[in-house]
Ligand binder design. Structure first.
Ligand code: 5GP
Length: 190
């Protein structure tokens, strides 16, 4: 049996816990390739070039756009973020599960362009719970929390365009639902 590659797009509003889910999926499934995005934002402390992102200049990013080298991209909080195409294509051809953890505008581009992509939107158990999580994280001032919640409303509306919606009530539940989705969609060939 030969596994065919699977393009898995994961997104959800800020504070919903997609980073934790993504890390747990990578820990549990060995043949996941996590697509490292390119960005023009500066590295944060404890981030590593080539592991968290490829940190590039604005003009380098615009070259990627011009040469059609990104599968999708967006401008988010004044910086570009995008998925380099080459590695994704290569890993899919090797039969890997390619995981994109990206924000909603980029995910909608992938849903539109790649009909074979499997898209999953992570929902909070409730809007109040999302507010609690964002406030408890306390990495942002209250006005930033409010603007992320505003954005979250629009993002949650877009969730109907995704193939699957998974509620992150507990990480364990969310991860096992996504593993079921992967197994359902991973076609095998004789
Ligand atoms: P951060 O700056 O906090 O690392 O990321 C900000 C947002 O950009 C997050 O929602 C993250 O999922 C999203 N993001 C990261 N890489 C990409 C990408 O390649 N494309 C798109 N569209 N969004 C991305």
């Amino acid at each position: 049996m030969v596994n065919k590659g699977l393009l898995l797009v994961l997104s959800g509003p800020s504070g919903v816990g997609k980073g934790t889910i993504q890390k747990e999926l990578r820990r549990r499934i060995k043949d996941i390739y996590y697509s490292v995005s390119a960005t023009t934002r500066a590295p944060r402390k404890n981030e590593t070039e080539g592991v968290d992102y490829f940190y590039i200049s604005k003009s380098e990013f615009e070259d990627l756009i011009r040469t059609d080298s990104v599968l999708e991209y967006t401008e988010y909080c004044g910086n570009y973020y995008g998925t380099p195409k080459k590695e994704v294509d290569k890993m899919l051809s090797l039969g890997k599960i390619v995981l994109l953890e990206i924000e909603t505008c980029g995910a909608l581009q992938v849903i539109e362009k790649c009909k074979e992509a499997v898209s999953v939107f992570i929902l909070p158990p409730s809007f109040e719970e999302l507010r609690n999580r964002l406030t408890a994280r306390s990495t942002e001032p209250p006005e930033v929390v409010e603007s992320r919640l505003e954005k979250a409303k629009w993002e949650i509306e877009q969730s109907v365009k995704y193939q699957y919606r998974v509620i992150n009530d507990t990480v364990e539940n969310a991860v096992s639902s996504i593993i079921d989705i992967i197994n359902e969609n991973r076609k095998s060939e004789e």
